[in-house]
Each structure stands twice: as C-alpha cells, then as structure tokens.
Write a protein that binds this ligand. Structure first.
Ligand SMILES: Cc1cc2nc3c(=O)[nH]c(=O)nc-3n(C[C@H](O)[C@H](O)[C@H](O)COP(=O)(O)OP(=O)(O)OC[C@H]3O[C@@H](n4cnc5c(N)ncnc54)[C@H](O)[C@@H]3O)c2cc1C
Length: 394
C-alpha cells in the first residue's frame, strides 16, 4: 500500500471535480484528483452543451474559460414549434444574457489540460475508491490502480463523482433527506452527423410528444424525443427516429436535416436533491448531490456553481474562516431548487400535450400555459430570467 497525504482529495473528474481541482491548485491548496475512467474516455464523453453566461463568466474570471469564451457560439433565442407554427423567444433581448454552446467534452478537455499542464496531481483509472473516517479530523481515501493499493490521508474530501459515484452513499440516512421526482417518461438523446437545421434551439410541443433540436457543432446536432415508459433504444430504429423528428419538429418553412445517428441513448427522466450536501469532512458538488433531468439544460451549470462555492469555502477555511464551509450546503441549495422548480414547470409544457388521450385536462393546461407564454411580454420576461439562469438573487 502506497500512503501519501494532501489537503483535499477530489473524487471525480467531471465539470465539478475538475473546476474544484483547478481552483484549489491555483489557490495553493494541495489536492489529488481521482477519476475512475481513463483520461481519453472522459475527454470524449458527450453530454451537455449549453452553459449559461454567468457560469461562463465565472470560469473566465477564475482563469478557466478563455478558450470557451474565444470559440463558443452564443445563443440568445430559441423557437417553440407549436400547433404548426414557429414562435421565436428572444430571451437575450430581455435579460442581456446568452448561452454559450460548448460541448461538455471540450470543457472537460480544457480543464484536464489546465490542471495537469500546471502540475496538478491526477489519477485516472482509479478503481474501488473508498472514503474513510469522514467525521474525524483526518479522513482518508483508498483506491486501486494497476500499480497496486493506495491510501491518501487528507483534510477534506470533495465528492464530485456524479450520480453513480460512491460519495453520496456516505451521507448518513438518518440525517439526510433525498428528495426524488420521477417524470414517468424517457427522452431518447440523439447525436446526428448533420448540420444544424436552425441557428438556435427548437422545442417541438406536439400531441405525439416533445422533441428538441440543439446545435452542437457545424457538423453535429443533438436531438431529443420524448419516449413512452419502458421503451429502449431498440424500439427506435433510424427510420422511426427521423419520422418522429419530422412529425414533431417540422413546420412550413422549417424542415429538419437528417444524418447518421452517432449516439442513441434513452435517458431515464428523474431528478433528486440530497440535503445537506455535507457530512463531516465530505462535501458533495454537482450531480453527486443533485440531478436535474436535461429539460432546461441546468445540470452542468449547477455543478459549476457548487464548484465555485466549495472552492471559496475551502480557501476561507485555510485562511482561518471555517464559517463558509459550515454554510456551504445552505449556500448551494437555493439555486438548486430554483432550477429544479423551473425544470419541472417547463416539463409540464413540454410533455403534457402528449397526454391528450390519457389526461386531456393536463394537456389543455399545458396548451393554456404555452399560449400565455407566447402572448404576454411579462410572462416571457419571467420565463427568460429563469431560462438563462442565475440573473436574479435567488
Ligand atoms: C444528454 C445530456 C445532455 C445534457 N445537457 C446539458 C446542458 O446542455 N447544460 C447543462 O448545464 N447540463 C446538461 N446536462 C447535465 C450535465 O451533463 C451534468 O449535470 C454534468 O455532467 C454534471 O457534472 P458533475 O461534474 O457533477 O458530474 P459528472 O460529469 O457525472 O462527473 C463525475 C465524474 O466522476 C467519475 N466517477 C464516478 N464514480 C466514480 C468513482 N467511484 N471514483 C472516481 N470517479 C468516479 C465519473 O467517471 C465522472 O467523470 C446534460 C446531461 C445529459 C445526460
């Protein structure tokens, strides 16, 4: 067993863990980053694409967003396609804020390079990561690599290992509330080798179910299709995918460009939040603490928000102020709940029109909400503020 010591062990090299590790290193706080997958794997894993302006500016202000800001296209409007018509929502006009479109794997690649190029200590392929003595003054993390068993003693553990990691399981059930919501539907997440069919995002609100189009790069486009409970990827051959995308998204003058499907994955649509996000010397950040289905493109933004707050709290601790760490969970959760609420609200517009046969009442309510949104500048302004994120002081 190889034993070492550091100040903070960061478990998980997603957007949350990489941001925490970079910022700790820049603040002169020793850390070790542990990731179970290979570097090559995480630098290729496609997931998010839309980052809210406040989060981009947060990365930029901390010296981590230069490439993103220099290269990412900006989006400040989207289109609802509803009842055979196009309805453009210019949320940038109302809020002065934009989304930056930057595939998550590019951000991960940038953050890994910034950390390792600057001499940051990272272990990829760390297996069987286990956390120990979290309520003592000196917790430890053990793991295995091809070289054998390792133990890192530390002051704190940052649990940034996502929804399937080990950190969340260390929160004691007797003092932890895990609030969970299941949408009861799936989304088929698709990546197509096709140029974007429109400059911006398209949301298709349709009796056959929700569909969406999101530009990713000039040659790759993301699409989503609402699916029935229990459906699998095998239920969605190429022909059915494109038939449904055309049916749900095409309007006169607005067609969909087809391409080879390079990713086809059913997402189980559910949300959760664990409270509090800390236990002893363990502090969770990102999806290890809260999952929000990608309805409103919020998850990575929340992961970055947590990472900023956790790093500031750890810096304050080492500067002699323990109050920020004690208040870390309470500082994160208001934004988490605002984003959960907005995603749930938006989900009812997106998905309930497809409930017309099962539940005509909810379908009509969704349509009424849609018409109010399209007909009222005040309703659009309220919507835009939440859609682009952390404008208001939640
Ligand atoms: C299809 C899709 C589209 C999305 N679109 C958007 C969007 O447009 N905007 C947005 O804001 N969000 C979006 N999201 C959500 C976003 O991808 C996540 O919220 C984000 O990845 C969370 O970051 P994280 O660092 O908390 O967790 P992750 O990215 O999950 O990172 C966790 C890391 O920990 C590692 N790990 C897990 N277990 C262990 C272990 N035991 N030991 C060591 N390492 C471990 C994992 O391999 C992973 O690298 C989308 C998600 C999906 C699935």
């Amino acid at each position: 067993m190889v034993a070492t010591r550091t100040a903070v062990v960061v478990v998980g090299a997603g957007p949350a863990g990489l941001t925490v590790a970079n910022l700790l290193r820049r603040a002169g706080i020793a850390c070790v980053l542990l990731e179970e997958r290979s570097r090559g794997f995480i630098e290729q894993r496609p997931r998010a694409g839309f980052i809210e302006e406040w989060a981009v500016r947060g990365l930029e202000a901390r010296g981590l967003g230069d490439k993103l800001v220099a290269t990412a296209p900006r989006h400040e409007e989207f289109e609802f396609r509803f009842a055979g018509q196009r309805h453009v929502v210019r949320y940038g006009d109302v809020t002065g804020q934009r989304h930056f479109v930057y595939p998550q794997q590019l951000l991960v690649t940038d953050l890994v390079a910034q950390y390792t190029d600057a001499g940051g200590e990272a272990v990829f392929g760390a297996r069987d990561v286990r956390l120990h003595d979290l309520t003592s003054d000196s917790p430890a993390v053990t793991f295995r690599t091809a070289d054998g068993e390792h133990r890192v003693d530390c002051d704190f553990v940052a649990g940034c290992d996502g929804a399937r990691g080990v950190s969340q399981g260390h929160l004691p059930p007797e003092t932890t509330v895990k609030a969970h919501h299941d949408y009861g539907i799936g989304w088929l997440a698709l990546l197509a080798e096709a140029p974007p069919s429109a400059d911006g995002v398209l949301f298709g609100i349709h009796p056959r179910g929700f569909a969406a189009h999101m530009a990713r790069t000039p040659t790759v486009t993301r699409f989503y299709l609402q699916t029935a409970p229990g459906e699998t990827e095998a239920d969605w051959p190429h022909e059915r995918v494109w038939e449904e995308l055309h049916a749900r998204l095409t309007v006169p003058g607005g067609d969909i460009v087809e391409g080879e499907l390079i990713e086809k994955r059913i997402l189980d649509m559910h949300n959760y939040v664990v409270e509090p996000m800390s236990h002893g010397r363990l502090h969770l950040a990102g999806e290890s603490a809260h999952l929000v289905a990608p309805i409103a493109a919020k998850g990575m933004n929340l992961a970055l928000h947590d990472a900023f707050l956790l790093t500031e709290a750890l810096q304050a601790h080492y500067a002699g102020d323990p109050t920020r760490l004690a208040g870390y969970s309470a500082a994160c959760l208001p934004l988490v709940w605002q984003y959960q609420e907005f995603s749930l609200w938006l989900s009812e517009i997106f998905h309930n029109t497809a409930a017309a046969t099962d539940n005509p009442f909810l379908a009509r309510i969704a349509e009424a909400r849609m018409r109010r949104l399209l007909g009222s500048p005040a309703a659009v302004a309220a919507f835009a503020e939440l859609y682009i994120g952390k404008n208001a002081d939640f």
